[in-house]
Design a protein around this ligand. Structure first.
Ligand SMILES: Cc1cc2nc3c(=O)[nH]c(=O)nc-3n(C[C@H](O)[C@H](O)[C@H](O)COP(=O)(O)O)c2cc1C
Ligand SMILES: CCCCC(=O)C(=O)O
Length: 370
């Protein structure tokens, strides 16, 4: 099914939304079951999905008073790219389920907000088009395919399209079991495809009567044997910085740094190994292990300016939005993602001021209760 374009009333409701939770409700209401369950689901019982948010919310702040906060600077930098505030878009598959403009809309919103978009290997839009829309504010997420030649071709296309980093996802050799998608046989609607990896004709041949089309399709495409020893191969394919997405332990953070990579703390939005540690709970040990030798980012459960500050306090240079961006896209296309980012930017600014901080460089672990 195609999600109908947002009406004038939808866009009015979006413009009046005061927080990301309201945009989420608007976005959810516009999606059919197939799309909604795909976006919303976590693996199995959803413990990690919930823990990402709960653990962010329960961390307590230690604000300082009587600081001159008449000027607040929210700016940040990721791999040399200046950001207006420390929030980017995490890679997520299939933006075409939310809006006809799909990844182009998300990219335009990220560019307009001074953010950065990470395009998924499983996008519905070819990277060449997204690169144009992102105006230099683009990273590319790589799933390493068993077909190494196809992987090489995709990496070359990402470079040629202006991507500034390769985000290599390491937590999904197999797709976690999102049981709602299995129960209701998730499938990409016929008007959508995944142009980096597979043709619509191939997709149509995937068996769906036994579960999620996605699971079958993914399991066949992705390389499950890739290890730390193979990273040299990947390094040789690109001159872009490599970010390993899905790191949750000090041990793997150390290996990532030894292999010349940056570190993205994530449990894939609770969609992979259920009961894995929440992203924010994993962040301190990862940041300590990295010890300034590489950049550290986080995603998972970020919906508030205070969430952003807490991640920065624990060592993240920036955080990334997964579902929040998708809800915005569903609620109102480019305008919805833009509104999501602008609300969050304002919250980051206010949270800094009320914490007695003028900029992100002043945000450290002393902002948090032990
Ligand atoms: C619908 C959906 C699709 C996703 N697709 C991808 C993907 O293609 N590649 C990837 O590395 N991560 C993917 N992720 C994980 C996100 O990049 C991110 O880690 C996660 O959504 C962050 O959690 P949050 O949704 O609570 O912000 C996806 C997440 C969702 C919700
Ligand atoms: C087949 C695309 C997989 C996308 C993904 O990573 C997810 O759904 O979490």
């Amino acid at each position: 099914m195609t999600t109908p374009p947002p009406t004038a009333d939808d866009l009015q409701a979006l413009a009046e939304a005061v927080n990301l939770a309201e945009i989420e409700a608007l976005g959810r209401a516009r999606l059919d079951r197939n799309a909604l369950e795909y976006y919303a689901s976590g693996a199995n019982d959803g413990h990690t999905l919930r823990a990402n948010r709960e653990d962010l919310a329960t961390l307590r702040l230690r604000p300082r008073m009587l600081v001159d906060v008449s000027h607040i600077d929210t700016s940040a930098e990721v791999l040399g790219l200046p950001l207006d505030f420390p929030v980017g878009i995490a890679p997520s598959a299939f933006h075409g389920l939310a809006h006809a403009d799909a990844e182009r809309a998300t990219a335009r919103a990220a560019a307009a907000a001074g953010s950065v978009m990470t395009l998924s290997t499983f996008s519905n839009t070819p990277i060449e088009e997204v690169g144009q829309a992102a105006a230099g504010r683009l990273w590319f997420q790589l799933y390493l395919l068993r077909d190494r030649e196809l992987s090489r071709a995709v990496i070359a296309r990402a470079e040629a399209s202006g991507a500034r980093a390769l985000v290599f996802t390491v937590d999904a050799p197999y797709l976690g079991r999102r049981e709602a998608n299995e129960r209701h046989h998730f499938a990409l609607p016929p008007h959508l495809s995944a142009p980096h990896v597979v043709s619509r004709a191939e997709l149509a041949q995937v068996e769906t009567d036994t579960g999620s089309q996605l699971t079958h399709y993914f399991q066949n495409l992705v390389d499950k044997a890739f290890t730390w020893n193979d990273l040299g191969w990947l390094r040789a394919q690109t001159r872009l910085p490599i970010v390993l997405k899905g790191i949750l332990t000090a041990e793997d953070a150390e290996l990532a740094v030894q292999h010349g990579c940056h570190v993205w703390v994530s449990n894939h939005g609770g969609r992979q190994l259920d009961t894995a540690v929440s992203a924010v709970a994993a962040l301190p040990e990862v940041a300590d292990a990295v010890a300034g030798r590489a950049e550290v980012y986080l995603d998972g459960g970020v919906t508030r300016g205070t969430d952003v500050l807490k991640a920065v306090a624990l060592g993240a240079r920036a955080v990334f939005l997964g579902r929040a961006a998708l809800w915005g896209l569903a609620a109102g296309g480019e305008a919805g993602v833009r509104q999501t980012l602008e609300l969050l930017r304002a919250e980051v600014r206010l949270a800094l001021a009320l914490s007695g901080k003028q900029n992100l460089r002043q945000v450290g672990r002393d902002l948090l209760m032990r």
